[in-house]
Design a protein around this ligand. Structure first.
Ligand SMILES: [Zn+2]
Length: 144
């Protein structure tokens, strides 16, 4: 890591900044000029407290033609849902829901096929507005 202010190579970790979704961004302190910066510096979203995934979602909605106020309403609902999930302790991702010994990529991949089959056979799957294939379910699990 190089200081973006003075190009000094001697920088040290200096705590983390926590954003709305609980994700942390590493802060750095330059030993040369004494200025602090974080890993987002010099990016268009460096001063935003909004998580990068929310920014990405908002931009996607806009490029898909969604009106700005409508995308705001949808994002607010999504954030309210995420907050509710945290309150009642529902894991945000499949990985978060797995036990420690199952968190390795290898273990996850070795169970992907059977997880997709079980999800496909689940009674609720038929009530979805879109009927997913096993391949769709696999892709969902890989992206979740
Ligand atoms: Zn510096």
């Amino acid at each position: 890591m190089e200081c973006p202010h003075c190009q000094e190579q001697k920088v040290v970790k200096n705590g983390k900044t926590y954003h709305q979704d609980g994700k942390a961004f590493q802060n750095y302190l330059c030993k040369g000029c004494g200025k602090q910066f974080n890993e987002r510096i010099r990016t268009p979203i460096s001063r935003l407290k909004i998580p990068a995934n929310v920014v990405s979602l908002a931009l996607n909605m806009r490029t898909e033609g969604m009106e700005i106020r409508a995308s705001g309403r949808v994002l607010k609902k999504a954030q309210a849902l995420e907050a509710l999930n945290r309150q009642v302790d529902i894991p945000a991702t499949i990985k978060d829901a797995l036990s420690e010994q199952c968190k390795s990529e290898e273990v996850f991949m070795s169970h992907l096929e059977v997880m997709a089959d079980l999800a496909y056979d689940d009674q609720c799957t038929g009530a979805n507005p879109h009927y997913p294939s096993i391949a769709d379910l696999k892709e969902l699990m890989l992206n979740a």
